[in-house]
Design a protein around this ligand. Structure first.
Ligand SMILES: [Zn+2]
Length: 499
């Protein structure tokens, strides 16, 4: 895009802002009245935002008109990202980043070096107020690991130890295995489990419904005296690929080593078990939990020209698992978030409120960076107007999923109509895929996550397959455009997002 186009965008922007200023006061009063009546309605029927239908939206005409006046600005943003100066920019910067640093697990030098790099990159891209804020994060180190089927025949099994798992004794663990599909089946086995390795071959229903086996399998098996667990990876698809992830121990329950195995191996072991084979497995893991270390959330702003103290957050997490490159989880989310601000900056678009890009640290260990940030800003939650996060893929964008008041939902729906050139106008509720920003949405701050065609997200999630090859340049451009345009309009509206 040439500088003439940028100039005309700037001119369009300021004329829109002026028109708004003229009608703003009336629009606000009218809308505030409707808000009150709607709130009463909500209280008496306990209807919440997840049941908004298009007909329930009754935004004041002034507000609908105000939003529609952003059309040329949104088109300019989309054009610059998809066809103009930012074309392939998100892909290129992300590829450089993940190729340079590789995986970035919390507590690692890789992650801290990558944070230093991002601080530098954000400054180079003219983001403002670039800084980091500290968070104390777990340090889990995988070390070497291996697993063999010893009987009924010899086969090396692909495994990935689960985050926070302890290691085995130096000589490894050799034990007979039992195979179950559920916690209920495990409990029925009772004493049989003692001294055994428990293999979970739980069917994949959805990530949310199935992940409890990864999270709590070791606890439930240890309660019955198991010596280790092997958990079928939480994924719908596999080419003998194990998928890691965080797991929990419980106080007063013996900690046992636990690792993920592939779907194929879990099914093989179950068939053997059902056929009555005597299954003997050797497991070796050096995994260790070291003392927590300091890490940092990375922050860059475009300061608002009218309400600099009010903030719209666009975010993703910079850390990843220690396998693959963390290009998808969550390199893509982090990179559309800061590139959205870099793009607005190049276009000279400064909204009324402050836009803040946050690259969270240690999401994978339990939203640790976001918890620290929220805690540090807990006395100032009134400043947060709207929060956004992308952490479920940056495939073809479809729209936004939302949590918050029905009024804010209606405003977002209206804004999404502007995303027609991207074919990304879908609105869903409640929000799905914004783990770090749930600290904010849980206290009533409206928020949104990126809706995208992520049917294959869990194919790569937490595995060696999460590499740059998963990411597509055009999809990333479209995600950056949707992210930049929707965040800009929200941050520039004449009214705050209603809570
Ligand atoms: Zn993630």
């Amino acid at each position: 895009m040439g500088s003439n186009v940028i100039l005309s965008l700037i001119i369009i922007y300021f004329s829109v802002a002026n028109i708004e200023a003229a009608g703003k006061k009336n629009a606000f009063v009218g809308f505030a009245n409707k808000l009150d009546s709607k709130k009463t309605f909500n209280r008496s029927t306990s209807s919440l935002s997840n049941s908004i239908s298009r007909d329930e939206c009754n935004l004041p005409d002034e507000l609908t008109e105000e939003i529609s006046r952003y059309k040329p600005i949104v088109e300019g943003i989309i054009n610059a990202s998809v066809n103009g100066i930012f074309k392939k920019r998100t892909w290129r910067t992300l590829a450089r980043f993940v190729d340079k640093f590789g995986s970035r697990i919390a507590g690692s030098d890789n992650l801290e070096n990558s944070i230093d790099y991002m601080v530098d990159l954000l400054k180079k891209n003219q983001l403002e107020n670039v800084h980091t804020e500290p968070a104390l994060v777990p340090k889990w180190v995988r070390g070497r690991e291996s697993c063999w089927l010893v009987s009924p025949r010899l086969e090396k099994l692909s495994i990935l130890g689960l985050g926070s798992s302890i290691g085995t004794p130096a000589k490894g663990i050799t034990a007979h295995a039992v195979v179950v599909e559920s916690f209920e089946e495990l409990k029925k086995l009772g004493k049989v489990v003692e001294g055994k390795i428990v293999v979970f071959n739980e069917p994949f229903i959805s990530y949310e419904k199935t992940v409890k086996y990864r999270g709590y399998g070791a606890i439930e098996a240890a309660k019955l005296g198991a010596v280790a667990t092997l958990i079928r990876s939480v994924t719908p698809f596999s080419i003998d690929s194990p998928h890691t992830g965080w797991q929990h121990y419980q106080e007063n329950v013996t900690q046992i080593p636990t690792a993920a195995i592939s779907i194929e191996i879990a099914e093989t072991l179950q068939r053997m078990y059902q056929a009555g084979d005597d299954i003997l497995i050797y497991l070796y893991m050096e995994a260790r939990n070291l003392p927590p270390v300091m890490s940092r959330n990375t922050i860059g702003d475009i300061t608002g020209h009218q309400h600099p103290e009010k903030v719209v957050v666009v975010s993703g997490h910079l850390d990843s698992w220690d396998v693959g490159q963390g290009a998808m989880d969550d390199g893509g989310g982090a990179f559309i978030s800061w590139n959205a601000l870099a793009l607005l900056k190049v276009l000279g678009l400064r909204p009324r409120r402050t836009l803040r890009s946050i690259l969270w640290t240690a999401e994978e260990e339990g939203l640790v960076g976001a918890a620290a940030y929220f805690h540090d800003h807990r006395n100032n939650t009134a400043a947060f107007d709207f929060v956004m996060e992308s952490d479920e893929g940056t495939f073809q964008p479809l729209g936004l999923s939302f949590s918050g008041s029905s009024e804010a939902g209606c405003i977002l729906k209206e804004i999404l109509k502007l995303m027609h050139p991207l074919n990304a106008t879908q609105f869903a509720s409640p929000m799905d895929g914004g783990p770090d920003i749930e600290f904010f949405t849980n206290v009533g701050i409206p928020g949104a996550a990126l809706l995208n065609a992520n049917e294959r997200y869990f194919w790569y999630h937490h595995s060696n397959g999460d590499r740059m090859t998963v990411e597509d340049p055009t999809n990333l451009d479209m995600c950056t455009a949707l992210w930049a345009a929707s965040a800009f309009v929200v941050a520039d509206l004449s009214i705050d997002m209603p809570r």
